[in-house]
Ligand binder design. Sequence first.
Ligand code: CO
Length: 437
Amino acid sequence: MTPSVEKLFAFLRQSPTPFHAVETIRKELDAQGFHALEESARWTLRPGEKYYVTRNLSSIIAFMLPTAKDWSGFQIVASHCDSPTFKIKSNAEISVRGNYTQLNTEMYGGMLCASWMDRPLSVAGRIVVRTGDGVATRLVKVDRDMVLIPNVAIHMNRQANDGVKYNPQVDMLPLYGDGEASGGFLAEIASTAGVQQQEILDTDLFLYNRMPGTVWGKNGEYISAPKLDNLECAYTSLQAFLRCDVKTLHGIPLCCVFDNEEVGSTTKQGADSTLLYDVLRRITLGLGQTEEEYYTAVASSMMLSADNAHAVHPNHPELTDPTNQVFINKGIVIKYNARQKYTTDGVSGAIFKAICQRAGVPVQTFVNRSDMMGGGTLGNISNSHVSLNTIDIGLPQLAMHSSYETAGTQDVQYMIDGIAAFYQSGVTAVKDGQYRF
Ligand code: CO
């Protein structure tokens, strides 16, 4: 296993929910000497220092301030840390004929339901507890094979191989235990979190897949793991960001990881919020600059929107565009869409290609078949709040939104190198349509 894949798997293991992903990222930033900022407190920013801020403890933006005074623009990389899963409802327990205890769930995002069946799952998220003077949140991760969603036997559903419809209120409920398990779920969550059950006022709990990441294929060319979409981009962009050196920076690099992309980003902490706008404003003002300088900085800036892309499927190559075929381990994918669901245009695509070329990182291009809709991501959504030249990129993967996805061993390093080259390029606009890097 390459060191970057090993570190990626550790990152995935530690990040079963967006709350945990942000905590994992914070720990790494803390270890690297970053200062934590609170949105609800006054910011005092100093050149040459490194900072991060969270919102809802499920989105995070980290940035470094160059020592140089004449910085121009922001170099932004945005990814997301949520993945499709099932959210545990309040009053979760359901008794089935007195002999089973199930958990009541609802879908979070658009998953491939079948991939959640017949495999060990568990529960993680956060609880909110009463404290002496208010409430506070606690992370919780049940670190054991806790629940499972059993399939219906083929003998009881002869159509199972001819296309199945899954009803989330019926077919996707996880089994927690037998009749004796009744009343035990919240007690187990409380004891895992080290609190009394009656202290828990509310919860944000989700299922997670217990299967660890694995390297496979003839020459170990493939990796499979839960949540590669999009923790692979969150992880690689963080590693690339941490390579920046405040002494040699020409711009201000930001590493943004947003929650709620899989449900449309329209939350207070999602990419469709004011979070990025607020942070860029506070950086500019915190450095003693004017309103005018905020506008020139944003106009000189660039953003990478990093979210995984579809590789050609081995059993269904016909699902891919005839001339833009993406393969695993062939490099970073640049995504295009005429309706601008992906933000890349000729200029932003050219800039990123040139940066990767200079760094020796291979790139490939993705466009949906003209008769297929494809998915969206957070680049164009973020642009509606802070509008700047943006490129949509990702790593090639198979089985997107399965609970166990597949990608390429080599691509992990390509992404780290490509994003690092983007940060270090200090790419900036000379004037409209002309860029220097
Ligand atoms: Co995604």
